[in-house]
Design a protein around this ligand. Structure first.
Ligand SMILES: [Fe+2]
Ligand SMILES: [Fe+2]
Length: 265
């Protein structure tokens, strides 16, 4: 089976470029499972229920997020009202699994594809240079004990490459794919690890690349040059959709290939 994972959608430019390309990619590659990281989809900061619904209408099966998950308050009610593990409800938005205890939402979704293959998606967040997370290694070890599906995709939302590479090896042979998000810069290290896990340190942002990781470049430069605060706004120029396409054995969950994708206008 084939899995499409789309990296952090950033602002309206990111939403537009993904909407332009996702249909033909899903069709051309016979994609069975589509997962999108939507943590920056609303102007760069979080995701709203309306935008989440629009992404589901484009064919997403599950949405993941990251450190920006709480940026839009309306999403908190949405997460509380929609258990992502409900088979009856198609609205499946995850927040990172390893946050403080008792926060809204879920970090794990288990479902079945249209062709009847059980799958799980886990949204995990790093703790090096990131706030509010527990040990992601122990968190995912515990989560994997509860999962019966063989096809398991992990979105590891983390800042530093070492933590992401380490997570890849930690999960090698235990999950189908470990795909990094958050840095908004795609890395060229996609590969199948020794025991059959597809890995990429960062899938890259789906958003405007004439920017500083999605934000209008002059605003970020001003902050670097002066140290003064200022409001950040999403850029629009040079939009690209970044994604990873994974082919795996549905019976074992073992990855066979991973392909890096970057598409522009
Ligand atoms: Fe992001
Ligand atoms: Fe992030």
């Amino acid at each position: 089976m084939n899995i499409l994972f789309v990296g952090d959608i950033f602002g309206s430019a990111g939403r537009k470029i993904v909407a332009e390309h996702i249909g033909h990619i899903r069709e051309a590659h016979h994609v069975d499972l589509t997962v999108i990281n939507a943590e920056n989809a609303a102007g760069g900061f979080g995701v709203t229920p309306q935008i989440a619904d629009d992404l589901f209408d484009l064919g997403a099966d599950v949405l993941t997020t990251g450190n920006h998950v709480w940026d839009k308050k309306e999403l908190i009610d949405y997460l509380n009202s929609v258990p992502p593990d409900s088979q009856q409800n198609p609205r499946r938005v995850l927040r990172p699994l390893n946050l403080y205890p008792g926060v809204p939402g879920h970090g794990l979704f288990q479902g079945v594809t249209h062709s009847g293959v059980p799958f799980a998606v886990i949204n995990l967040m790093g703790r090096v240079y990131m706030n509010g997370t527990n040990d992601p290694f122990r968190a995912i070890d515990d989560a994997l004990k509860t999962i019966t599906a063989k096809v398991i995709l992990v979105d590891f939302h983390a800042e530093v490459t070492s933590e992401k590479v380490a997570m890849g090896w930690h999960l090698d042979g235990r999950v189908t794919a470990v795909l990094g998000t958050h840095t908004h810069v795609p890395t060229a290290d996609e590969r199948i690890l020794h025991h059959g896990t597809a890995y990429q340190t960062d899938v890259g942002m789906s958003g405007p690349y004439d920017s500083v990781i999605g934000v209008e470049k002059d605003l970020v430069l001003h902050r670097f040059l002066t140290g003064m605060p200022g409001k950040f706004e999403a850029a629009r120029g040079n939009p690209k959709m970044c994604a990873a396409l994974i082919h795996c054995e549905e019976r074992t969950g073992r990855a066979i290939s991973i392909q890096r994708i970057m598409l522009g206008e």
